[in-house]
Design a protein around this ligand. Sequence first.
Ligand code: SF4
Length: 278
Amino acid sequence: MSAVAEAIAEGRVGERLWLYPNYHCNLRCTYCLTESAPGVPRRLLEPETILERAHEARALGFTGVGITGGEPFLLDWLPELLAELAQILPVIVLSNATLFTGRRLAALEPLGGLPIHIQISLDSAEPDANDEMRGSGNFAEVVAAIPELLRRGIGVRVATTLEDPASHDPAELDRLCELHRSLGVGDEDHVVRPVIRRGRAAAGGMGVPAGADELDPELTITADGAFASPFGPTVRAGALDTDLLVTRTTSPLAVPAGALVRALGGRAAGHDARLGIR
Ligand code: SF4
């Protein structure tokens, strides 16, 4: 077994390879790690590149692929890519779920029944509180989209980002859980995580600080290089953060994967990691 496969099997490196196909977004959330918005540099990964990395990931011992951004569904080729990725490894794709109407929703039909989950951001059961962070009308679009996806046989998970989960009003969180259950998403598919103080959140003084010691090591590929976490390739004042950069080289994948394993040295699985993205 290779050192990378061993590290994955032992849980020292996350079993999922993350990829950033783009950085632009139709929203402009207050805590966005990547300062995403409509006009930002796109930093694109081509679909052929993503498929190559996924094939390599499977050969190296990774057992899943994660797609994040930016809003990846702004890319017209994304549904077709997801269907191809699902033939290689199970896929999770993070989305704001505001684009799932009309032709974009129709393009998702072939994904029904495939090993694909769309993880959708929803921060509150109160529309105003949700929309304060994520933009006017967001709540209504998300609660309309989730049943549409489930009806098509597409797996859905809900991700809730809170300024401070420990001190958050439990009654409000209960209302949110009632809401996601009523939409057809079970508790096992709901994740709650803190705002990470990087990107736009850092500029606004929001969230909890996160560096290498707080984050689970998960290899993450972008157009700018390979990072040690999907929270790594963040953007602040238009500049890419490089504190969690592993290598500029991303091909072959064995190069950054091996570098990440070597950088971790003897660090035990998750011994001091407090945050995670799923
Ligand atoms: S947090 Fe997600 S939905 Fe919001 S601006 Fe950033 S990429 Fe877009």
